[in-house]
Write a protein that binds this ligand. Structure first.
Ligand SMILES: C=CC1=C(C)c2cc3[nH]c(cc4nc(cc5[nH]c(cc1n2)c(C)c5CCC(=O)O)C(CCC(=O)O)=C4C)c(C)c3C=C
Ligand SMILES: [Fe+2]
Ligand SMILES: [Fe+2]
Length: 356
């Protein structure tokens, strides 16, 4: 007897959810304030006791920081909006093209818009029942990857019929990712000549989080080692630093800005800087590194800090993301079993018998 066709021939629809950090809706103080309020109220990001932190946030940060950040955001804003969102949309479209229309790809931001809630609804409407979630953070951190998953699982608590889920935890040592980084450095060297040193700058996190077990610092160093190896760089030709710290507690070191200044003072003229932890260019790369630290480097006597763009929607990057997603999708892609295979399996189970 054979089973009716529909029982084994149609498998549930698969889909992909890309998630990045998020960015304000506009380069204005109110929009930046809304964004920072959501971001900096996240307990995964700021672990201080709420009793201490909420008054500090609402009295000392939210009234002032948006006014300062407004100019920074204005300096990088594009006709398509915030660079982070504009680039993320291109990444989504490119990955959608690579995977084909059978596997819908949605984009969400952990803070701000488009929200994870909206993206989940969109995937639900497309009848997706098997979902691969790819947070666009190559190095795992509780402050980034984990909070994306917290938010996702929190939203799903209200769903009756949960989708099957696979989550990509990190891809800091993935061959396709390292290869895409190496190609982008080589393309930069081709176009502008080789700098005297390659600085790999990652977003910092509070030192206490590392000491409590966050693997982020180790992931950053492994990415850097693999990239240097792939580029054939010798010791002294490359180094690692950490940028974008906030507040007064110690964060992962060495800090990028003093590092860049020290290199200029030691006589370095042309410095190449790459930020491998940022899958898309954003305020922290375009304004902080390229503009601000570029200036600090020149003021300290350097000639040029050459920022190497993030992987963005480079074909090698999209190919790497596609491979990560396909690896997860493949487990759901098993071929339907024929009658003979099923019979063989039943006989094998009978030979083993009940193990009482
Ligand atoms: C206060 C704590 C913060 C932690 C911890 C943190 C970790 C972290 N952030 C990124 C990636 C990005 N951060 C960006 C901006 C940004 N980050 C923080 C604070 C922390 N980040 C703030 C307050 C801001 C806003 C800007 C500012 O106030 O300086 C961005 C850019 C957003 C954009 O709009 O372009 C990214 C991307 C990572 C990867 C990370 C930990 C590993
Ligand atoms: Fe950040
Ligand atoms: Fe910053």
């Amino acid at each position: 007897m054979s089973l009716p066709e529909h029982i084994h021939s149609r498998s549930p629809r698969r889909g992909v959810l890309l998630v990045n950090l998020g960015t304000p809706d506009a380069p204005t103080a109110p929009a930046i304030r809304r964004y920072l309020r959501e971001f900096l109220s996240d307990r995964r990001v700021v672990e201080f006791s709420r009793l201490f932190w909420l008054p500090v946030l609402h009295l000392f940060i939210l009234p002032f920081r948006p006014l300062k950040l407004k100019h920074a955001y204005e300096s990088v804003w594009t006709p398509q909006g915030s660079p982070l969102l504009a680039i993320s949309k291109r990444q989504r479209a490119a990955l959608q093209a690579a995977l084909g229309p059978e596997v819908p790809v949605a984009l969400a931001m952990r803070y701000g818009n488009p929200s994870i809630a909206d993206a989940l609804d969109e995937l639900g409407r497309q009848d997706v029942r098997r979902l691969v979630v790819l947070p666009l953070y190559p190095q795992y951190s509780a402050t980034t990857t984990a909070t994306v998953l917290d938010q996702l699982f929190g939203l799903l608590r209200r769903w009756r019929w949960l989708p099957e889920l696979r989550t990509v935890n990190q891809y800091h040592d993935d061959a396709g990712y390292i290869d895409a980084l190496a190609r982008s450095v080589e393309a930069h060297w081709q176009a502008q000549g080789r700098g005297e040193h390659l600085l790999m700058s990652f977003h910092s996190i509070p030192l206490a989080y590392f000491q409590a077990g966050d693997p982020y610092f180790c992931h950053c160093h492994k990415t850097a080692r693999l990239l240097a190896g792939r580029l054939g760089l010798a010791q002294g030709q490359w180094s690692v630093s950490f940028q974008s710290r906030l507040g007064r507690t110690p964060w992962l070191q060495p800090y990028t800005e003093p590092q860049v200044q020290a290199m200029a003072r030691q006589g370095l003229r042309k410095l190449d800087v790459i930020c491998p932890g940022f899958s898309a260019d954003c305020l922290e790369t375009l304004e902080e590194i390229a503009l601000r630290y570029g200036q600090s480097f020149r003021q300290a006597g350097g000639e040029a800090l050459r920022y190497i763009p993030a992987l963005n929607d480079e074909p090698a990057h999209i190919a790497a993301l596609e491979a990560l997603v396909r690896r997860e999708l493949q487990g759901w892609d098993y071929p339907a079993e024929g009658a003979a295979e099923r019979q063989a399996r039943v006989e094998r189970a009978e030979r083993i018998g009940p193990l009482d």
